[in-house]
Design a protein around this ligand. Structure first.
Ligand code: AMP
Ligand code: MG
Length: 420
């Protein structure tokens, strides 16, 4: 049935395609100290300048031997030591061995290390009968076995994670060239919205969207510019749009994109740029606006995303529709949405065909290793507790109707941007 049940609604994939088409990834770069690069995107392929490990070394505390020496005897004499950072570099005659520690350089000619637990020490003599037979290169970590010199270790477009930092450090690289973070200016619109820490008067509510939008933009790898709450006043809104466009690559608003009398966004944007007001075949999140704010010489053009005002809708559309756009803008070329997983519905879910539903759910894994999912309760687009309680979306396909407990549904677990 697709969106036929709701004619005029744009399927999510079509909206994403149209949005991604107009995005050109950032190309300005900065060089940053390695420890400051988490969350940034690599501007160039990173090749290893060295072999890791840079020399053959011992994986155990024990004894470095030549297998051949143990073909006629089980006892060898210790004639030297190789410690981590203090290698043994002398000669060691036939019938001898070298005491060696984990990470120490393998002495020339050694082809096996015997762990000390398999050795019986008697003065300078060590008996290895428990360790025989030996395997060639046992307990030896060979030069370049982890990373070879010139290997591609991280590709251009990779977003750096905490796990990458020690890996790059093993290569001795102190700083990386990364893409600058895109600047995203955002503001809330609405006469009813008050900042936190103030007392609410009759008819007012707290502006919650802006707080969520800020942290999510930062998690997505953007520089977030908070322009506050703008009342439903055409002149002030227009001024703010111009100010936002001048300082940012992307302008995000929440509220004012539906068809209420105080929803001026559409009007202003028609003046300032190219704007498509869409109704997306998703629930919540139907009213969503996308477009471009244009400057005369195109030097300060910006992308515009207008999120619906309802708190669940605002954060959901930011996550599902705007996140892929920002990933592309960041140059994060291997960005992927979270995978979807089949799960058994433990509760029923009310739904009408015609839009893809993103109900908020709590999944767990049962004793048979299967995913099960329950609703968080009230699924109103104004009830944000449903998002806070959830650990996944229950993605109910557009054509699907209500779901009974026991049916299989698709869940999408939250990405770290949402979860931690
Ligand atoms: P609108 O899209 O402006 O018509 O707003 C739809 C609903 O979302 C209304 O109930 C608004 O009061 C509410 N809303 C709009 N913006 C915010 C915000 N920043 N924080 C919390 N609720 C909001
Ligand atoms: Mg409003």
């Amino acid at each position: 049935m697709d969106s036929c049940a709701n004619p005029g609604l744009m399927p999510i994939d079509d909206a994403l395609t149209k949005m991604l088409e107009v995005i050109t990834p950032i190309n300005h770069t900065t060089n940053k100290p390695l420890s400051d690069t988490v969350g940034y995107v690599l501007a160039q392929d990173l090749h290893s300048p060295i072999n890791v490990p840079p020399f053959d070394n011992s994986a155990m505390d024990g004894y470095a031997v030549r297998i051949d020496d143990l073909s006629t005897t089980t006892t060898l004499t210790v004639v030297g030591k190789s410690f981590a950072g203090i290698p043994f570099s002398g000669d060691w005659p036939k019938g001898s061995c070298i005491r060696i520690m984990t990470g120490a350089k393998i002495p020339a000619g050694c082809d096996a290390v015997i762990m000390q637990e398999q050795a019986t020490v008697n003065g300078e003599e060590v008996n290895f009968s428990q360790a025989l037979p030996l395997r060639k290169h046992q307990n030896i970590r060979t030069l370049g076995e982890d990373i070879g010199q010139n290997d591609l270790v991280l590709p251009k477009g990779h977003r750096l994670t905490p796990r990458d930092i020690p890996m790059v450090a093993t290569l001795g690289i102190p700083s990386l060239t990364v893409l600058n973070k895109p600047k995203v200016a955002f503001f809330s619109t609405g006469d009813e919205l008050q900042p936190l820490g103030t007392e609410l008067k009759d008819g007012e509510i707290y502006d919650s969207n802006r707080y969520g939008i800020k942290i999510m933009l930062e998690k997505f790898g953007c520089e977030a510019i908070d322009l506050g709450v703008i009342p439903d006043d055409k002149v002030k809104l227009r001024q703010t749009f111009i100010q936002a466009q001048q300082q940012a690559d992307v302008v995000i608003t929440s509220g004012g994109v539906s068809v209420g009398e105080a929803d001026y966004t559409k009007e202003i944007l028609e003046e300032l740029g190219k704007v498509g007001f869409w109704k997306i075949a998703m629930k919540p999140g139907k009213p969503f606006a996308f477009g471009q704010l244009l400057s005369q010489d195109h030097s300060s053009d910006a992308i515009f995303c207008g999120l619906p005002g309802n708190p669940v809708s605002a954060i959901l559309t930011l996550y599902i529709l705007v996140q892929p756009l920002l990933a592309k803008l960041c140059g994060h070329s291997n960005w992927q949405p979270q995978p979807t997983i089949p799960a058994k519905a433990m509760t029923g879910f009310k739904k009408f065909p015609g839009r893809t539903d993103f109900q908020r759910g709590i999944y767990s894994i049962n004793e048979y290793g299967q995913f099960e999912v329950s609703s968080t309760g009230n699924q109103s687009s104004g009830a944000f507790r449903s998002m806070s309680l959830a650990n996944c979306f229950i993605v109910l396909e557009s054509e699907r109707g209500s779901v009974e407990a026991g049916e299989t549904v698709t869940i999408q677990t939250f990405a770290p941007a949402f979860y931690s």
